[in-house]
Design a protein around this ligand. Sequence first.
Ligand SMILES: [Zn+2]
Length: 394
Amino acid sequence: MLQDNYTQDLPLFKGVTVKYFRENEENGNLEVFIEMPVKEHRCPHCGHTTTYIKDYRLQTVKDLTVAGKPLIVTVRKRRYICKECNSTFTEDNPYIKRYCHFPQRFYLEAIKETSDLQSFSAIARRMGASVTSIIRWFDNINYPKAELPSCIAIDEFKGNAGGEKFQCNLADPVKHKIIDILPNRDSEDLYKHFLEYPYEKRAKVKKVVMDLSTLFRSVAKKIFPEAKIIADKFHVIRVVTNSLENVRKRIQKEFHDTKRKWFKRSRQLLLKPEYKLTDEDKIELNRMLISSRELEKAWLLKELFYEIFKEKERKAAKHQLRDWLLLAAELSVPEFQHCITTFTNWSTEIANIVDENVSNGFIEGSNNKIKVLKRISFGFQNFRRSRNRILNLI
Ligand SMILES: [Zn+2]
């Protein structure tokens, strides 16, 4: 036994009297007995004061573990009786709120745990509470609609929440923060969501980064009157490298087994920017390129595409892109037709990349985290809950 009958100065037992604090030698639990000091109470029914005690009730609650030992707290709750109106009421206790089964800090700890990538059941198991309790506490969180930052990144992810296949992820790519999750990617709903912000707030958004989604672009153009739309660099480059990959796959089909396997194994050499290749790599790559004229053209288009982003300003980048599109049309590799169509349609937003140092890198990383969260949660059924979890996460 540590000490008897003293008022604790520790924040946990502030304002209550600790009758004893001991370690149970049989089960290793730390056991605390607390009660409130007797004082005059105002009757909640009629407002008269009283000091008459009717009876006591004992409540035993489980607190967080302390140094690996379960902390079991027994609270003696006093019921007062009012002589004026004859009603009874229980005294307040700062350690545990009325009608609660756990102390306040237990709830807070459970909520804190949800910011890690783990399931509700894992939290419940570790804390020794039921899953439904943890979820019930968690559902009390209410994240209001986000403030709009001056730079927004928007992307979608397959959450399958609330009966909708896709959800939208809005992030601040400068501060690296998810700002909101929207229930679907329906254009009507997106307009509705953003139009709830007054014009002045929407006009403060100066940049919007996105992958090559015409839906997001048309929404952003109407909703954010002052924003410059910037294509996500990695996404744009991926369109080119995918085309190159598709050429390789087509070419190698014609090859005999050994050569096809060699091609597949060495595909990274095709994708690597030329300046990163070692002398050995270059010899190997040349051997690949001489086996197909089409592949050589495709590789050249990929390399020239990187050049666009070496430009320092938008106008020059736009010129470079135009030249690239002309060359691509002339070389007419079928797999690059998709690049030509898309990039012609997105030339302004692609050229904007060189002026701005923002990308969707952060939002794509957060989408991966969301994917993990979804997997450990066995899916997102409830949209509101999954939005809370995602916003709590990062
Ligand atoms: Zn009364």
